[in-house]
Design a protein around this ligand. Structure first.
Ligand SMILES: [Zn+2]
Length: 136
């Protein structure tokens, strides 16, 4: 999936005034510039990974997956339509660890899916990585 340059970010972030933030000003800063601009914290990484799922950017998803848990390859569910992301909680759990609780909704094969997960992240050499998560 390709976005128009100023399209609203798939992660749904809005300004304080409720205006949609453009992808290039939001998750695109990290997804499109992985080598030079790592996400500054676990919440930004989580949001950017959601946007990468929407955009089916497997390279970014694999690169931000901690090596201990990273799958060999990613399959995207054909025809999945992502409906939105809600970050419910973000907390630091240690010097280099954090957790983010979120709800992501999508529709696939005619059914609506609600993914509610508390994800664990770790920071190594100034880069945050997704480790794993518990689904509710
Ligand atoms: Zn975003």
């Amino acid at each position: 999936m390709d976005l128009q340059p100023r399209a609203a970010c798939p992660c749904g972030r809005t300004t304080a005034k409720g205006k949609a933030v453009a992808y290039t000003d939001c998750c695109g800063r990290f997804v499109e510039h992985f080598d030079t601009t790592p996400a500054p914290d676990a919440e930004h990484l989580m949001r950017s990974r959601y946007s990468a799922f929407v955009l089916e950017n497997a390279a970014y998803l694999l690169a931000t997956w901690h090596s201990s848990q990273r799958p060999a390859a990613l399959d995207f569910e054909a025809g999945a339509k992502w409906l939105g992301l809600q970050v419910k909680d973000f907390k630091t759990t240690g010097a280099s660890t954090a957790e983010v609780e979120f709800v992501a909704r999508f529709r696939a094969a005619g059914r609506a899916v609600r993914l509610h997960e508390r994800s664990r992240f770790v920071c190594e050499a100034n880069r945050w990585f997704y480790v794993d998560g518990d689904q509710f």
